[in-house]
Design a protein around this ligand. Structure first.
Ligand SMILES: Cc1cc2nc3c(=O)[nH]c(=O)nc-3n(C[C@H](O)[C@H](O)[C@H](O)COP(=O)(O)OP(=O)(O)OC[C@H]3O[C@@H](n4cnc5c(N)ncnc54)[C@H](O)[C@@H]3O)c2cc1C
Length: 411
């Protein structure tokens, strides 16, 4: 390896954003010299483990205005970007390269092989075919601006060496050291905190019910309200409504040290009053009078074992014996049960960090820094994060593709 090799474009980070940018740039401008440096021994490591090893490539939502609602941070900035490259384009991009994709019932898109290797191989082959050079085991350790672009210091197996780049793309994901380079070049960094996690909740009402799911639950945590399926786990609560709540409430929960009240409406669309009306009708039915409340549920959407534990305070009572106060308490329990989040757990299918390079300092038409000439950003290095469902990769594909266009320009 030469100690000061010169490149048109150096891309730090061999993840999906870096690869997409490199391939796009090389395909637009086959003569440009493009190098990806990747600190791991293999590129695309996160893609390989993504989506439980299946790689949830994108989400079949083709309206930019709708798509941005899945991004707790970055939605506004991505709106224009998605008019240029959106999930439909991602699907076409992979299918044009022979990767067949399928859309599941919840609109998540996967390779038909259900194997993330399919996506990794496609990206690696496309990069190779386009002439992109990749050096693995190489870590970017310093960046200096000079009159020809950037003088980069990199490390390989303990040895430092220099590279000269006309244009530099930082696509290093949530790596805090590289974000520090962006800071040294003048960019503001929004402090990173985790997003997308499950809630640790120790509470008798859900104890021993791991594996039980409720389809339509509304959650309220501080100013955040989310609705959807909830899964009871050994440690507390998970499922789409919880993950959405963790993503939208990522900063609030971080500030609260992951300890916060959580209000759970197990009946989703019911209010206290509409639930109370159903309970009152249930009590009024003659045939219910001698049936135990805890074993004769009033709401089929609540699984029997959960109903039993939610109604434990009237365990010995028949429907006919419930007092007005008990009916109210039950309606309250079902539509506004008070729980306490006591920590965060890991959502194994997808980990994401919010925070990163401040978005107002980047031009989202080109992913070019507004502060430093010839400096670009793409992917999770930016203060963008989506909820689970393929949205995080989509932002990497989109920002990578846009950066690739501009990296190729003028080379
Ligand atoms: C377990 C898991 C599962 C996931 N599943 C999904 C999913 O199914 N769908 C989805 O949409 N999202 C998923 N995500 C999120 C998704 O993986 C990320 O949003 C996406 O990978 C971000 O892409 P990126 O290219 O910006 O960063 P990364 O994929 O993090 O790539 C950055 C690369 O830069 C390298 N790097 C860092 N610092 C340096 C340095 N100084 N020098 C050289 N190289 C460096 C890293 O080694 C890394 O390879 C998942 C994440 C995880 C952790």
């Amino acid at each position: 390896m030469s100690s000061a090799s010169s490149w048109d474009v150096v891309i730090a980070g061999g993840g999906p954003a870096g690869f997409f940018a490199a391939i796009r740039c090389a395909e637009l401008n086959p003569r440009s010299k493009i190098l990806i440096i990747e600190k791991a021994s293999q590129p695309l490591g996160k893609v390989l483990i993504s989506g439980g090893g299946r790689c949830n490539v994108t989400h079949a939502c083709f309206e930019p205005a709708q798509l941005i609602n899945y991004y707790p941070r970055g939605g506004n900035e991505l709106r224009g970007a998605f008019t240029r490259f959106q999930p439909k384009d991602t699907i076409q991009w992979f299918e044009a390269r022979g990767v067949k994709l399928k859309t599941e019932a919840d609109r998540r898109v996967f390779p038909v092989t259900d194997d993330a290797n399919t996506i990794v191989n496609c990206l690696r082959e496309s990069a190779k075919h386009a002439g992109v050079k990749i050096q693995t085991g190489v870590t970017l350790v310093n960046v200096e601006k000079n009159k020809n672009g950037f003088r980069l210091e990199a490390r390989n197996a303990g040895n430092n060496f220099h590279l000269q780049a006309k244009k530099l793309l930082l696509a290093t994901g949530s790596d805090s050291k590289t974000r520090a380079f962006a800071k040294a070049l003048g960019h503001s960094i929004i402090e990173p905190v985790p997003s997308l996690f499950t809630f640790n909740i120790k509470d008798q009402r859900i104890d021993g019910l791991a594996g039980i799911a409720v389809e339509n639950v509304q959650l309220k945590m501080d100013s955040i309200t989310t609705q959807g399926a909830v899964l009871i786990t050994h440690w507390g609560l998970s499922g789409p409504a919880v993950l959405r709540c963790s993503a939208w409430g990522a900063r609030i929960l971080f500030d609260k040290k992951y300890a916060s009240p959580l209000t759970v409406n197990w009946l989703g669309d019911y209010t206290f009053d509409s639930a109370l009306a159903v309970l009152q009708r249930n009590k009024a039915w003659q045939e219910n009078a001698r049936k135990k409340v805890s074993t004769h549920s009033a709401f089929s959407q609540i699984p029997a074992r959960l109903w039993k534990q939610l109604t434990e305070f009237v365990e010995t009572k028949n429907w006919g014996d419930l007092s007005k106060a008990e009916l109210s308490k039950l309606a309250q329990e079902l539509t506004a049960g008070e729980f306490n989040i006591q920590g965060k757990g890991i959502f194994k299918e997808e980990f994401v960090t919010c925070g990163g390079v401040k978005l107002s300092e980047v031009d989202f038409k080109t992913m070019h820094s507004k502060l430093v000439d010839n400096l670009f950003f793409a992917g999770e290095v930016l203060d963008i994060d989506g909820i689970t469902g393929g949205f995080n990769f989509q932002s990497a594909w989109t920002t990578g593709w846009l950066a690739g266009n501009q990296l190729a320009d003028g080379m």
